[in-house]
Design a protein around this ligand. Structure first.
Ligand SMILES: [Zn+2]
Ligand SMILES: [Zn+2]
Length: 357
């Protein structure tokens, strides 16, 4: 890759970003491929690092390349790679686990303690010219899926994992707290899994209007009332009677939503924590206990989630194009962060640095 530019978008410290040339990565193994990055979506975690320089115990101590939701074009393949060739368009799965530990061998590689994940300190992200990856963490896009849609496979895989954690099955009722990108995608995946009622809940009317046009069968504007009262209102709005919802997903991380969730879930139902907000909250443990609610966490994605995300787009079951509010060029990358932070956009994509339409 002599002479190729590997211009990267780097966070030095909160609100201080720079562009710098970095060495084009070399293939580490004959199973690796090199991908020219074409599009990258910006999500809440990227914005959080840009604003605060840390998420929980992940602290940016050295300059770090941002970005982890990318699609690109294969430019070089290692000698052992048979399933990809130069020119193939791929969605990048941005975290590579050790493949050897108990979690990896158990199929839950998202829980690998030695995960190397893009734009999670100390590892660099994908807002860079070229990205080297094991070929099995690159998912070939069918011809009718665009590279822009390819950049949305990552958040869709997050939603697939959350909905799978909820064991959503045909005919069920699902409440999704939060109508940001992940909440919207959870609603769409729940529909694709056969849920007959999907209720999107948020505090912003315009987000709910979008949710109704995207995947939700019902919407509810959360009020400044008790969690029990919001739960009652949700049941009424969606015709869930006194029983409540089979599955409740929190994609907001907000304490009032989490509290309402435990009150709206049915006896024997399932609650999944997808959103990340404050690390400690007041949790309605009594409701959980007496209703025997199954409570599950959800973190990133694991075996089969990325492949299913590509399939859901490919078969038209989830139309991720609708989530793309705007595409900005690589040299205006910081604008994408400002737009996502300001809440004026659902998904903003950064085109480039290797632009290909
Ligand atoms: Zn993300
Ligand atoms: Zn592992």
């Amino acid at each position: 890759m002599e002479g190729k530019s590997n211009l990267s978008f780097i966070l030095n410290k909160p609100h201080e970003v720079v562009y710098a040339e970095r060495e084009v990565p070399k293939l580490q193994s004959p199973h690796d491929v090199l991908v020219a990055v074409n599009y990258t979506g910006i999500c809440g975690s990227d914005v959080h690092y840009w604003q605060h320089g840390a998420i929980g115990h992940f602290v940016v101590r050295e300059p770090m390349v941002l970005g982890h939701e990318s699609a690109g074009t294969v430019v070089e393949v290692g000698s052992a790679v048979s399933d990809l060739k130069p020119g193939d368009r791929v969605a990048l799965e941005p975290g590579v686990p050790c493949r050897r530990c108990r979690q990896c061998l158990g199929g839950k590689y998202n829980l690998c303690p030695d995960m190397v994940f893009a734009a999670t300190p100390p590892y660099h992200g994908t807002l860079t010219g070229f990205w080297a990856s094991p070929s099995d963490f690159c998912y070939k896009l069918p011809d009718h899926i665009s590279l822009q849609e390819g950049a949305l496979v990552e958040p869709l895989a997050v939603a697939v994992h959350i909905v799978r954690q909820g064991r959503v099955s045909p005919g069920q009722s699902v409440v999704v707290m939060g109508a940001g990108p992940v909440g919207l995608l959870c609603a769409a995946v729940a529909r694709a899994f056969g849920a007959s009622k999907v209720v999107s809940v948020d505090i912003v009317r315009s987000k709910l209007d979008f949710a109704a046009s995207f995947a939700a069968t019902h919407t509810y504007l959360s009020q400044r009332v008790s969690a029990e009262e919001n739960a009652r209102n949700i049941r009424t709005t969606a015709g869930l009677g006194e029983v409540g919802a089979d599955v409740v997903i929190d994609a907001s991380g907000a304490e009032p939503s989490i509290q309402a969730s435990l009150h709206v879930v049915r006896t024997g139902g399932t609650y999944v924590q997808g959103g990340m907000g404050k690390s400690d909250i007041t949790f309605p443990i009594m409701a959980m206990c007496i209703k025997e609610v199954t409570v599950r966490g959800s973190f990133r994605y694991a075996s089969g989630d990325y492949a299913l995300a590509v399939d859901l787009i490919s078969t038209g079951k989830v139309d991720v194009k609708k989530l793309i509010s705007e595409v900005v060029s690589f040299d205006h990358a910081e604008e994408a962060f400002k737009k996502v932070q300001g809440g004026e956009a659902i998904k903003v994509l950064i085109a480039g640095p290797n632009e290909k339409l």
